[in-house]
Design a protein around this ligand. Structure first.
Ligand code: NAP
Ligand code: ZN
Length: 352
């Protein structure tokens, strides 16, 4: 065991602050990584503030962070894929069953015993729960460590590990392609990656946003059209026209007006995770035989596929790089949708 510097929340109402956490010494299956960048996902805020108490209560201290890139510092004897000095990445998962039906299908993200990167019981017993990437280093089982394409800017790669895979996976699963009309609801961290992928897959891509001032950026990111959701006339113009809608919104909102935009047999997939339960008119689904579904990150093989796709197509996240000392300010700005389009922590600032 060794001690690593980190930033943690001590309670739901405490700001994040400098801390020291235990990390296990690498076992023969482990990869130890010096963290260079860690993205700030809205899930970090939900979890640090215990907003998901009903589903996954937060154990304190909580060290968030599941958009991790860094350099390998040490590997266990059975690790062949990585050596010290290599780039490496870690997303939302650090362990799973490995032999359950889901894991056997490369769907570790659907395993009943998955270990999330933070706030999951720590199977190794190093601490009560796992600690995430707001830290100088992390030790992770080799199966859950990803290869990073060498051609991409690293601060923009970090958010791919959650915002990237969480939007790539449902768009792929639905088979989004040319001639599909696809909406991405909410232009934040997840949303802006959803737009990039939908456009890269060739779909007619429409951003649905509450923020008028994001219109220009939406087009730059690859959108063909933009709808301001606060304007009912604009929404009505697109009623019954979408094949697929990806909802990335972090706060409670009425889903019915969005479902109304789907064609017959169209699908809307939720990836956003507001704390409040959803209320729905049955008719929003009955009419047009529509489907409402959900999606959770992606499996490890698909995450590697996404990273390779990004390497090939030069896709990274648009980031605002911040020092760790500004993390609480970043959380406050996230709540005001004031981010273009992902905060990413330069982890070298942890030494300051
Ligand atoms: P984010 O950067 O804060 O983006 C959320 C966006 O939602 C905002 O930029 C805003 O976009 C829109 N929005 C906010 N409040 C709204 C409201 N009241 N009504 C309508 N739109 C609103 O957050 P994120 O990091 O992308 O995460 C989004 C959600 O996905 C969070 O709940 C997060 O926990 C969840 N998540 C889920 C998974 C998964 O596996 N399913 C993975 C990661 C994150 P506009 O300004 O464009 O309206
Ligand atoms: Zn996330």
């Amino acid at each position: 065991m060794y001690t690593a510097k980190a930033y943690s929340a001590a309670s739901a109402s405490a700001p994040l602050a400098s801390d020291s956490i235990p990390r296990r010494a690498p076992t023969d299956r482990d990869v130890q990584i010096e963290i260079l960048y860690c993205g700030i996902c809205h899930s970090d805020l939900h979890q640090a503030r215990d907003e998901w108490n009903a589903v996954m209560p937060t154990v304190y201290p909580c060290v968030p962070g599941h958009e991790i890139v860094g350099r390998v510092t040490k590997v266990g004897s059975s690790v062949k894929k990585f050596k010290p000095g290599d780039l490496a990445a870690v997303g939302c998962l650090v362990d799973s069953d490995r032999d359950c039906p889901q894991c056997k299908k490369d769907l570790e993200n659907m395993c009943h015993n998955m270990t999330l990167t933070y706030n999951s019981p720590d199977k190794h017993g190093t601490a009560p729960v796992t600690y995430g990437g707001y830290s100088e280093s992390i030790v992770v089982d080799k199966h859950f460590v990803l290869k990073v394409p060498e051609n991409l800017e690293l601060s923009g790669v970090a958010p791919l590990l959650c915002a990237g895979i969480t939007t790539y996976s449902p768009l792929k699963r639905f088979g989004v392609k040319k001639n599909h009309k696809v909406a991405v609801v909410g232009l934040g961290g997840l949303g802006h990656m959803g737009v990039k992928f939908s456009a890269a897959f060739g779909a007619h891509t429409v951003v649905i946003t509450t923020s008028e001032h994001k219109k220009e950026d939406a087009f730059r990111l690859g959108a063909n059209e933009v709808i301001i959701s606060k304007n009912p006339a604009e929404m009505e113009k697109h009623a019954g026209t979408f094949d697929f809608i990806l909802d990335t919104v972090s706060a409670s909102h009425d889903l019915n007006p969005y479902l109304n935009l789907l064609k017959g047999d169209g699908t809307m997939t939720l990836v956003g995770a507001p704390e409040e339960p959803i209320s729905l008119s049955a008719f929003s689904l009955l009419m047009g035989r529509r489907t409402l579904s959900g999606s959770i990150i992606g499996g490890i093989a698909e995450t590697q596929e996404m990273l390779n796709f990004c390497g090939k197509h030069d896709i990274i996240s648009d980031v605002e790089v911040i020092p760790i000392q500004k993390v609480n300010e970043a959380y406050d700005r996230l709540l005001k949708s004031d981010v273009k389009y992902r905060f990413c922590i330069d982890m070298a600032t942890l030494k300051d």
